[in-house]
Design a protein around this ligand. Structure first.
Ligand SMILES: Nc1ncnc2c1ncn2[C@@H]1O[C@H](COP(=O)(O)OP(=O)(O)OP(=O)(O)O)[C@@H](O)[C@H]1O
Ligand SMILES: [Mg+2]
Length: 469
């Protein structure tokens, strides 16, 4: 398609044409109405004055006879102006007046006619138009009284001219405006289309251009860009997950396989096989847990879990998780304390929030338990809190363990990241990733802070749930 063809097919240009047509019809009707009414008014005025004059001349005839009328008309004919007079004999010879020629047959029938005529004192051969009244006087004489129509036609002409000019102006300006607007719109659409093509070709980092005018195209571009942002993040997450699976699940699977092979080759009896099978089951359980954790993170990150938002009390969750982990804490010689005195109403995915808090408590028990006896003799405390902080609900887990160095706090949230110091403990490095993903899903955040000593992990969530959910 040619550039002009493209331009003419834009919605902007078509809209311009429609508006143009509407405007032209409107202007034409207005001017037409105005012109016709002006003409009618002038005609009416002429008719009124001519009728009055005819009546006056007829009276003159009645009073002073044909001689008196001829004298009277002679007098009037000499006055300048657009008035026309003519008196003729019954056979049509002119007796007095200022008309030298009339259209043939103009005097034949009494009444009103529009006719062409020539004036006596204007021997210019120019024919003028006039509106005249012809009356037959007693005795067969004919009297013609009329007015030149030049003025009426001039006014009519002025209006018609104004109409033609404004029509031309409107069409030219309208088309030029239409072209201008359409070209601007088209340019922006072309830029968007180009970007869309590069994105379709696989470059997800492309973004639609935003002109900054805040118009509908900008709003559209903004929304599409936000969508692309989200798609890119999801694609990135997906790629990360598959990379992670490839790297981090391959090792335990290989280990599992090698152990089975060893047992097949070197087992001496039932007891050896049994031991090999048991360790295989344990390793498989670990793998299944890792898979579950990965799937849960994926579910939280895709936003799909937003469908299951309900209203619940975060304080209740803190108490439940506390009850669940108390035996484990006891076993490690730790004191697990829950501080959730008041209700902390929250809108969100109950299952995921519980799991996130459980992960934090699990970490506290796992890693603070290592240090316990090194700090002092008394059992160290782990405090789980649920509270309201303005528009946010906070779930806090504080321990007195080794804590996480400030420089490591950013990366421990990533999948499969485990710090060197904690390699002796079981785990796959997904607990904090899930807690962070759940916080993000709810429009909140996971913060890791120093507990002097130890770690304070805080999940802060907006109480009303994620915006727009
Ligand atoms: N309370 C804590 N005290 C000290 N270090 C911690 C604490 N919580 C987490 N960490 C460090 O952060 C790392 C990541 O924690 P995360 O919960 O994501 O994984 P994990 O506990 O190792 O494994 P998983 O939770 O999947 O069983 C841990 O390996 C540990 O090094
Ligand atoms: Mg953990």
């Amino acid at each position: 398609m040619t550039a002009l063809g493209k331009l003419l097919r834009t919605t902007a240009f078509r809209l311009t044409l429609v508006y143009l047509a509407v405007f032209v019809v409107f202007a034409a009707s207005l001017l037409g109405y105005f012109a016709l009414n002006t003409r009618r008014l002038i005609t009416e005025q002429i008719t009124r004055t001519v009728t009055a004059e005819t009546t006056r001349l007829r009276e003159q005839y009645n009073e002073a006879g044909i001689r008196g009328l001829v004298l009277f008309i002679d007098l009037r004919s000499r006055r300048p102006g657009s008035s026309l007079y003519l008196v003729t004999t019954p056979t049509g010879e002119g007796l007095a007046g200022n008309v030298s020629a009339l259209a043939p047959g103009a005097l034949d029938h009494p009444g009103w006619i529009e006719t062409s005529y020539r004036r006596i004192e204007q021997p210019d051969d120019v024919e003028h138009r006039a509106l005249v009244q012809v009356v037959e006087l007693p005795g067969g004489f004919r009297l013609l009284v009329g007015r030149d129509l030049e003025e009426r036609e001039r006014i009519y002409g002025i209006i018609a001219n104004a109409g033609r000019w404004s029509f031309a102006l409107v069409v030219v300006l309208g088309l030029a405006g239409g072209f201008f607007v359409s070209r601007r719109v088209l340019k922006r659409i072309d830029a968007m289309t180009e970007t869309a093509h590069t994105i379709m070709a696989g470059d997800l980092s492309g973004r639609l251009p935003v002109a900054g005018t805040g118009d509908e195209l900008d709003r559209l571009a903004d929304n599409v860009n936000a969508m692309l942002e989200r798609i890119e993040a999801l694609m990135h997450g997906l790629k990360e997950v598959s990379d992670n699976i490839a790297h981090d699940l391959k090792t335990p699977l290989t280990r599992l396989r090698n152990r089975c092979e060893q047992a097949l080759r070197g087992a001496k009896g039932d007891a050896d096989y049994r031991a090999a099978l048991e360790s295989t089951i344990a390793e498989s359980d670990e793998l299944i847990r890792t898979f579950d954790a990965l799937l849960m993170i994926a579910r939280a990150e895709s936003g799909q879990a937003r469908d299951n938002m309900t209203d619940f009390d975060a304080a209740e969750i803190a108490r439940d998780v506390g009850d669940l982990y108390e035996p484990l804490a006891d076993e490690k010689g730790l004191m697990l304390k829950v501080e959730a005195p008041a209700a902390a109403p929250l809108r969100g995915n109950r299952e995921l929030v519980s799991q996130a808090l459980a992960n934090l408590v699990d970490n506290a028990i796992k890693y603070a338990g290592l240090e316990i006896n090194k700090i002092n003799g008394a059992p160290a405390e782990i405090v789980v809190k649920a509270g309201v902080d303005g528009e946010r609900i906070t779930l806090t887990v504080a321990d007195h363990g080794p804590g996480i160095a400030e420089s490591d706090r950013g990366r421990v949230i990533e999948r499969f990241v485990r710090l060197e110091q904690s390699r002796s403990q079981p785990g796959s490095g997904l607990g904090l990733s899930l807690a962070a993903a759940v916080a993000r899903l709810h429009g909140g955040e996971l913060k890791l802070e120093d507990n002097h000593p130890g770690l304070k992990s805080v999940i802060a969530l907006p109480r009303a749930g994620p915006a727009g959910a």
